[in-house]
Design a protein around this ligand. Structure first.
Ligand SMILES: *Cc1c(COP(=O)(O)O)cnc(C)c1O
Length: 267
């Protein structure tokens, strides 16, 4: 019979950090948002963009409504759509593949490594070859997922993807705070996505997410797609399709506070 451990560590815990940071600091932050009134994508979200880009070691970060939004926005920024093949880990949460299907692309599932449960690079090469041979879809993007917070074999995956003309969108929704060969989650792929759903490593008090990139062009496209494909000159000149992908400013104020204790929490 299984013995009950003396002290069980809960899978996630939203309460302890509130005690560590102090509830009053959250209330002060909320009062600030109440007073300035920029509730959607307000000043705290811009501050969070900067803080997360710095934490991850990327040039840009676009905070948004959820991890699913972040994945979808990255695919939209690359212009992925019908007729495109998106190669995705098969052992994952549904939205790693849902983001591709939502914009009309075709998810192709890649087998898992039996040790890590992450994407098996050898099976990725096999699947790309098969799709090319079939000639029906155009191979475009690989979405490796850092399942349970453990980073994928990015050296192998990036090489296979780039040798075949594909881009890598790292689904780091479960691995924010992890590192791989001196790099931090957020910087693993050509673009990367993470989630701030309460159960994730950097968990907010509601939905939230972020997409990370390193080029000005990709950043501009993420920004545009996040707000209904607006142009940069005129808010109501919608030059492409997009989402209602803005982050709630209250959420950004929570995440800014939680980021100050994040490394301790990981420890
Ligand atoms: C949670 C999660 C997502 C989606 O994040 P949401 O913020 O819930 O939209 C995507 N991929 C993986 C692997 C996840 O664990």
């Amino acid at each position: 019979m299984l013995q009950k451990p003396e002290k069980s560590i809960p899978l996630f815990d939203c309460k302890t950090t509130q005690e560590v940071i102090g509830q009053q600091r959250f209330l002060d932050a909320f009062t600030k948002v109440l007073n300035h009134g920029g509730y959607c994508q307000g000043p705290e979200t811009k501050e969070l963009d900067k803080a997360l880009a710095e934490y991850s070691g990327t040039k840009y970060c676009a905070t948004c409504g959820s991890g699913t939004d972040a994945l979808t926005l990255a695919l939209m920024a690359w212009g992925i759509g019908a007729g495109d093949a998106v190669f995705v880990s098969s052992f994952t949460f549904v939205s790693s593949a849902e983001c591709a299907a939502l914009i009309g692309a075709t998810p192709i599932f890649i087998d898992s490594d039996p040790e890590t449960y992450n994407m098996d690079p050898a099976d990725l090469q096999r699947a790309i070859d098969e799709v090319k041979k079939e000639g029906k879809l155009t191979p475009k993007v690989v979405i490796p997922v850092d399942i349970f917070g453990s980073p994928c074999d990015y050296d192998a995956i990036l090489k296979i993807a780039h040798d075949n003309g594909l881009k890598v969108l790292a689904d780091s929704c479960q691995s924010y705070g992890s590192s791989y060969k001196g790099r931090k989650a957020g910087s693993y792929g050509d673009m990367s996505a993470t989630s701030f759903y309460p159960t994730k490593p950097l968990g907010g008090y509601g939905d939230g997410g972020a997409a990370f990139c390193n080029t000005e062009e990709e950043n501009a496209l993420l920004q545009s797609c996040r707000v209904h494909g607006m142009s940069h000159e005129d808010h109501y000149d919608n030059v492409r399709l997009g989402l209602t992908g803005r982050m709630n400013t209250f959420q950004a104020s929570v995440l800014l506070l939680k980021l100050t204790v994040f490394d301790n929490e990981l420890e």
